[in-house]
Design a protein around this ligand. Structure first.
Ligand code: HEC
Length: 333
């Protein structure tokens, strides 16, 4: 209070060594809309515990200067080695969790909190009728009692949700509408559970509108086959694989997911078949999929690094494929 300077927490000081920090950059609370009940003075918030590993970029640490790399992730932290650090320090990693919370912003008092399965969920709508509506990552749109948090209603949309529902009235009939579908920074993370609707069914947008006595019926979409195909032969030295992993983290991971695991929104590169492997360089440096949002990275990754990244993806895919096969074998499948 005397100086206005932040009070630093020594436990999360990462200037010497890597530290898990909670909350990480996704919060706390991210940009999903919260709701405010003015009469009650209560905020309903899509909240999350999202940990992140912080470590200084080696050159920055040594020299005090951070060299900007145009076209890549520039945070002054060690993005290149983030996946390696996260694995080394996995035992200490705080759990990622999602909640719907009701709290009083003047006192900071929490009235109730509902746990979600996944940490990344949708925005919130609070109605004058005493209900709080929220869509979640698993695809359920639910209504909660505004005073207690008790779940009053739930509907499986089969679509992971990010936007808040809205409500409106026409000719005395009240409607609740939700623009279902997900996206945004969840991609960065790779804390992917196979339970999210985006991973299970794919991520597609739909406008859904509800009213009392409505009789909407949705069929469960086809569950996507997310099994990893057999990979091309890996031909890379340990150094090349490490370089591929670092370049992947720096340039590709923000969209295609940490550890090459997609959150179900962009293509999962572990799923590529032979055809895609054959034109990998044309995609990454040649920009042949630019119209679909995959720009050319010719100005960012060299020919050799493009191949290093491909080899890293193969190695990641092999690890995950083997793990999945062991799980299947243990379950007698
Ligand atoms: C800004 C986001 C973004 C970044 C960063 C990015 N990609 Fe992509 N990538 C996309 C999108 C979007 C697609 C889907 C394009 C389409 O379907 O036409 C895609 C598709 C691909 C595909 C085709 C996969 C398939 O199965 O169809 C490959 C291969 C690929 N990206 C590799 C990479 C590599 C390697 C990097 C890093 C050098 C990278 N991408 C970085 C957005 C990104």
């Amino acid at each position: 209070m005397a100086t206005g300077r932040p009070v630093e927490n020594p436990e999360t000081d990462f200037s010497e060594e890597a530290k898990w920090v909670l909350p990480g950059p996704l919060g706390g609370h991210d940009w999903q809309a919260m709701a405010f009940d003015e009469a009650k003075g209560i905020v309903y918030m899509p909240a999350q515990d999202f940990p992140f590993i912080y470590s200084l970029n080696a050159e920055f640490k040594e020299t005090g200067y951070f060299k900007r790399n145009p076209g890549t992730t520039n945070l002054g932290i060690d993005v290149e080695n983030s996946s390696i650090l996260a694995e080394e320090m996995a035992a200490e990693a705080p759990e990622a969790k999602g909640y719907l919370k009701a709290f009083n912003p003047l006192t900071g008092e929490e009235l109730w909190s509902v746990d979600h399965v996944h940490y990344w969920n949708g925005g919130v709508l609070a109605s004058a009728g005493g209900l709080v509506f929220q869509g979640d990552g698993l695809g359920y749109l639910s209504a909660f009692d505004a005073d207690t948090g008790e779940k009053m209603w739930s509907f499986n949309t089969y679509i992971s949700m990010l936007a808040p529902p809205i409500t409106y009235q026409v000719d005395g009939v009240q409607y609740v509408a939700i623009l279902a579908g997900t996206g945004a920074v969840e991609n960065f993370v790779g804390l992917v559970t196979t339970e999210t609707a985006a991973v299970k069914y794919g991520n597609f947008g739909k406008l859904l509108v509800f009213k009392l006595g409505g009789n909407l019926a949705l069929e469960e979409p086809r569950i996507l086959d997310r099994s990893i195909p057999e990979q091309p032969v890996m031909m890379a030295s340990a150094e090349q694989l490490l370089r591929g992993e670092q370049q992947y983290n720096l340039v590709c991971g923000g969209c295609h997911g940490a550890n090459a695991r997609s959150a179900g929104i962009l293509p999962d590169l572990r799923m590529m078949g032979d055809g895609k492997h054959q034109i990998f360089a044309e995609i990454v440096r040649g920009g042949v999929l630019a119209a679909g949002g995959m720009a050319s990275f010719a100005d960012v990754v060299s020919v050799q690094d493009t191949e290093n990244i491909r080899q890293y993806i193969i190695s990641r895919a092999n690890i995950d494929r083997e793990e999945a096969q062991q799980v299947d074998a243990a379950a007698g499948r």
